[in-house]
Each structure stands twice: as structure tokens, then as C-alpha cells.
Design a protein around this ligand. Structure first.
Ligand SMILES: Cc1cc2nc3c(=O)[nH]c(=O)nc-3n(C[C@H](O)[C@H](O)[C@H](O)COP(=O)(O)O)c2cc1C
Length: 232
């Protein structure tokens, strides 16, 4: 990285709108094509026994105002079950080529059904079939058994697939509705840290916190952000 490419630090007075900063970083990572899936983020959940678990998902919407992000998954998966029992979560973006990390904490709620329907409807039929065909996080005896299960579910949906494959044998693609156990989670952000790599490990860290209160199934009210600079 040349000197001119090096990220400049956070302003001396931390900005009041960290979600817009994070959004700008995500857009920059996307526009710069610096890595595959620049919108990938690690999501942490905690099981009933206190055991944390982490996995990557794709952030499909980043909404600075009023401050949530959206990812899609199977509500019956491990993460889906753990988030239903304990809505507190953490998310992490890391763009190594930019020397940037965004750490997020907050609470999740399921996205409005209509929003998940619209997103699902815009996916290609292969992804739609995948959502019906895989009982995400459940064990299966073999890859062959998985293909057979997907075949069967594809046929139940009206798709004609070549034997032992997920290839369509003709162009007739029925309209495939969203499985009720698949959809979005909105992660309402309560804490966010912007981390910027610095020389000699003197990294720049700004942390913002606020409180969010659920006022309806689809909406939260949030207090103003309070910022703190952290030592690296
Ligand atoms: C780059 C990448 C993107 C992924 N995107 C998603 C996603 O958007 N939704 C999802 O459910 N799983 C996604 N996965 C798979 C998850 O990491 C994970 O394997 C799966 O969701 C099951 O997790 P769980 O058993 O903890 O619920 C992705 C994996 C990778 C590596």
C-alpha cells in the first residue's frame, strides 16, 4: 500500500453518525472489489449453555437510518434457533485490504414477512430451491441423500430436474414461494466500533453506543449515539 493509499484516521472529534461511516466503508469495499463478498460478515450467537458460535453470512441491506442491517437465513438453523432464544448478537466486517474492521453488537428481530417475500422472489430459482431443499444445520447421511432430498423437494415444487442433479430438464420454472422457515433478520445496532489500522499498531478506534427499545414488531426507537475513543 503506498502512502497515498493509506487510510486516514478517524477525525479528532468522533463523528455523530457512525452508521453512515460504516455504510461508506462497506460501499468503498464493494466499489473497490477488494475481495469476494465484501458484504460478508461474521455473526455470533450464544446457545442456552452459554457456548458462543460464529459463522459468515451476507449483509444484504445496511440501513444507516434508523440503524439496522439485514441478513437472510433459515430460521430453523442453529443460528436461527439461537437467535430466537437469545436475540443478542454481534457482527463483524473485516476488509483486510483497507485495514478496516467494523464491530457491531445489537439485537435481532425477524424481518417483516413481506420484505422477506420480496427478497426471496428476486432470487434465482436455484437459490429458491436450495432454501426448500436443505434443512440447514441438520445432519444428513451422505451427499447423495442430500441431492435426493433436494430432487424430491424440487419435484414437490413442480420442477423437473435431471436424475441425481439439480439441473432443470426444461425451461419451465414454476413460481416458487418463500419457505415459512426462511427469511431475514434485522440486526438493530446498539454498539458499533470503527477500527482503522495505524502505523506501529497505533490503530484508531472509535466506539459508539446507544439504547434501542422495541416499539413494534418492525420498529425500534433509539437514543442518540454516544462516542468514545478506545486505546488500540
Ligand atoms: C461467504 C459466505 C457467505 C454465506 N452467506 C450465508 C448467508 O447469507 N446466509 C446463511 O444462512 N448462510 C450463509 N453462509 C453459510 C454460513 O456460514 C453457515 O455455514 C450456515 O448458515 C449454517 O450456520 P449455522 O449452522 O450456525 O446456522 C455463508 C458462508 C460463507 C462462507
Amino acid at each position: 500500500m503506498s502512502d497515498s493509499d493509506k487510510p486516514t484516521g478517524l477525525p479528532a472529534d468522533l463523528p455523530g453518525d457512525p452508521m453512515h461511516w460504516a455504510d461508506a466503508w462497506l460501499k468503498e469495499a464493494t466499489a473497490g472489489a477488494i475481495q469476494r463478498n465484501p458484504n460478508s460478515m461474521t455473526i455470533a450467537t450464544v446457545g442456552a449453555d452459554g457456548q458462543p458460535a460464529a459463522r459468515v453470512v451476507l449483509c444484504k441491506q445496511f440501513v444507516p437510518d434508523p440503524g439496522y442491517l439485514v441478513f437472510y437465513t433459515n430460521y430453523r438453523s442453529r443460528k436461527g434457533r439461537e437467535l430466537s432464544a437469545n436475540s443478542k448478537t454481534a457482527a463483524l466486517f473485516h476488509w483486510d485490504a483497507l485495514g478496516r474492521q467494523v464491530r457491531i453488537e445489537g439485537v435481532v428481530v425477524r424481518s417483516p414477512a413481506k420484505e422477506s417475500d420480496a427478497y426471496f422472489a428476486g432470487r434465482d430459482w436455484g437459490s429458491q430451491l436450495g432454501a426448500w431443499g436443505s434443512d440447514q444445520s441438520e445432519p444428513i447421511a451422505s451427499k447423495g441423500a442430500l441431492v435426493a432430498q433436494i430432487q424430491q423437494r424440487g419435484s414437490d415444487l413442480g420442477l423437473t430436474l435431471a436424475k441425481g442433479t439439480q439441473d432443470l430438464v426444461n425451461d419451465r420454472i414454476p413460481s416458487i414461494g418463500r419457505p415459512p422457515h426462511w427469511g431475514g433478520f434485522r440486526l438493530w445496532v446498539t454498539d458499533i466500533e470503527l477500527w482503522l489500522e495505524g502505523a506501529d499498531r497505533i490503530h484508531d478506534r472509535g466506539k459508539w453506543s446507544r439504547q434501542v427499545v422495541k416499539v413494534s414488531d418492525d420498529n425500534f426507537e433509539a437514543t442518540a449515539w454516544k462516542s468514545t475513543r478506545l486505546q488500540p
